[in-house]
Design a protein around this ligand. Sequence first.
Ligand SMILES: *Cc1c(COP(=O)(O)O)cnc(C)c1O
Length: 449
Amino acid sequence: MKKEDLNRRQFIATAAASSVAAAASTAIPAFAVLTRTSGKLAILGGDPIRANKSWPDWPHIDDQVVEAATKTAKSGIWCRIQSANGAVATFEKEYARLMGTRFCVATGSGTQSLHTCVEALGIGPGDEVITSPYTDPGTISGILSSRALPVMADLDPESYQLDPAEVERRINENTRAIMPVHMMGQPAHLEKIMALAKKHNLAVIEDAAQAHLSEYQGKKLGAIGALGCFSFQTSKTIACGEGGAIIGDNEELMDKCYTVHNHGTARNGRTELIGPKYRMNEFEAAILLAQMAGVQERFRRRNENAAHLTARLKGCPVVTPQKLYPGTTSGSFYLYAMSYHKEHFNNLDRSRFLKALNAEGISLSPYIERGLHREPWVDHVLRNKVYQKMYSAARLQQYRDELSCPNCDRVCQEMAMLWASGPLLASRADMDDIADAILKVYENRNQLT
Ligand SMILES: *Cc1c(COP(=O)(O)O)cnc(C)c1O
């Protein structure tokens, strides 16, 4: 009880310190705040912790963004090949600088970036790439588009990241690359994954689609493997609708990425390779450039808010925030992810917990319903004639037999996460709403049946 009283007092102090929050709370007498983590659950008719308050909007829109889109429209320079120093070329330089790599190639999406990397590394039919089943379909799409085999390794159930021991178990003579996914924007266990790659002579393509500006052992994610991929799809922490980027330091490989993404046509104008057309357009780049000035500040804020939330939830048995690996210098918080523990909630289903929270005005999501190893594409691929020609019947049978990923299944069942791009830009008092709602629902769990 003592600890909570302190939390409530801290909440009041924080609210009072901020003039905006203080103005908003003048209508609420202090005792209303004091009773906010006890009492009747809102789902049973009690007062909700958070009512009639919104979260910061996402994507980030300001005058500069609108101006950039208008200016691009009026310029008539809409495609990158119309200008050597247009918005796309400028964005590539700017993003490479931000990430600390020598080169960047912008693309039309994160999925396009990943496919470009697979193609540029010469990975194709007969080859295997080890990746995570707990991810956006875009991760495996890049592998499948090149008709290579995405081999799924199971997770560390506390970090939601690839388990390096599971990765190693799945390496065979046809494995060409590992594609770790930095899930939720936090670093996968890159130290072990990079060591495995070195030992077995494999390329590492980092799927950093959720992990802009996140750092591991002092280096930006995406800049550690041979190539790193990002997404700027609307929901991501840097957004332009649909967009992507590849970063890297190897000039020859990055030139190859450019050629692949430019329908196989190199910078010198010669058409050399097989390649789709995945170029970012000038509108997308202009909108990204217009947001760059505030990007670092927004990341700092999300990190601060996440740290506060984690501190407030420490010791609350019903949820455990995502485990971060040693070496995580800073996270990215595309999602603020937690595991829900039914055994500390009278064995009630996660849906009961989420509904009770929702009634308190806090909306958490179960996120990915089932891992990619449970989606119907597996049957499609195993029946596909390219795969049947390029992989032995024994290998395809073994592939099916080894598809099980029980830790991933468990993560899918336990996940309770907050879409963080906008919400984690809110105030500390807003973070306290999230924590208070979780604590209230937990403390009053016996009201639910
Ligand atoms: C969003 C995402 C992708 C795909 O990026 P798009 O820009 O949507 O194509 C790939 N991997 C992960 C982990 C993602 O979150």
